[in-house]
Ligand binder design. Sequence first.
Ligand code: AHR
Length: 502
Amino acid sequence: PAAELTLDPHFTVGPVSRRVFGSFVEHLGRCVYDGIYEPGHPTADAEGFRTDVMDLVRELGVSAIRYPGGNFVSGFRWEDSVGPREQRPARLDLAWHSTESNQVGLDEFAGWCAQVGSELMYAVNLGTRGVLEAVDVLEYANIRSGTALSDARVANGHAEPYRVKMWCLGNEMDGPWQLGHRNAEDYGKLASQTAKAMRQLDPDLELVACGSSSAKMPTFGAWEHTVLLHTYDDVDYISCHAYYEELQGDTASFLASATNMDHFIESVVATADTVRATLGRQKRIKISFDEWNVWYNTRYHEVDQITDIEQWPTAPRLLEDIYSVLDAVVFGNLMISLLKHADRVTSASLAQLVNVIAPIMTEPGGDTWRQTTFFPFALTSRLAVGEALDVKLSTETYQTAVYGEVPLVDAVATHDAASGRTAIFLVNRSLDAATTVTVDVSHLSAVSVLETHTLADDDIYAKNTLEDQERVGVRPNDSVTVADGRLTVELPAVSWTAIALG
Ligand code: AHR
């Protein structure tokens, strides 16, 4: 098979926002406890945070990190997790049937974010709490001093406010599983009131209203429409959440997961723009794709197995998917989908960061290691700079049971005028054949090949594990050639590739 694309710096989609390379830390399983935080670990710092994990988080290149949930946040009292640690209450976490010790909270996490060089993106509880608690945590976090809650933060040893800019107005409020789940009308009104109150304190916040938990929700589309009718003037973003998995051995459909992400994004954009027209507004709502990943959530039901209310564990092993090469190829393709929509998707959070459906794994007292998905994330985050380009892809197609006829190859490119650097990201979804891609690079001024990386393996189910931590990685792609304004590259079957030119 063969495919073609054209790179022209004039044909831009939009600037690549750094926030698209965000992630997510939830108080869930071993993401926080025995994940980023493990006092007593040989690498732990004075605060109890593992510095070996911090090193990998920096290497991954994550921008904004959404915190503290997730489903967890809908039962969370933020004030439990600040102040002297020995006085913090242990609580039942209803979402994950766990005991929450509250040893890590806003103050510790803000400090950790600063150390790893990431922006903190905070979610307020609009499931079981409301406007006042949202304004309270905003006051605690962002006001310098001179009020009860800002002075409490100072007294807790944190003189400088955190100036958290991005705030999520609840989590997955369309989901019946969500504590305090409500219909779009009720959530839209609450989100609007909360946003208005938060803006009375700080008009420059960037606020995210909850969109759908997946494009498969029965209320998908109608939910966004109703919520935005209530919140259009109050928020900047509507969220999207999507998880994909290989079901019943249907690898061909799984490989086409990003076509569903494309459709999801384009549908939400259309809905938001419909509300814009209905209300006669100029502003455009952006998308915060603040949960996305491969997640085998139909395979595991560990939470349901935690039944004894007297013994809800602390930091149980939950949602610890181990990812294959195939998963990482689909994952890399999801990042391509985000970049293809750079004009509207200006924030995204890989769910999640450590141990829980995560690119980084840890063992208590032991090692930390990179999952297969670590590589496409780290490379895309490092290489995608400047403007996303419309690459005018021409490719063969194939049939899938779930998504019908889909492109065999998917691709996006970015170009940075200041440095002259270009990056191309490609996926070959063929199960059995290499595909040669020809790229017209004649419109670029600099076409030296700086880096090539391909993720592929004879065993598409190969994984990195605790016992074999470096089984899978990326390799240089030696097939890349450039001549007469044309770049050619051979993409192995089931592969993800990044090429940097400059
Ligand atoms: O990321 C895991 C869970 O998936 C989150 O807590 C929730 O928001 C979503 O359903």
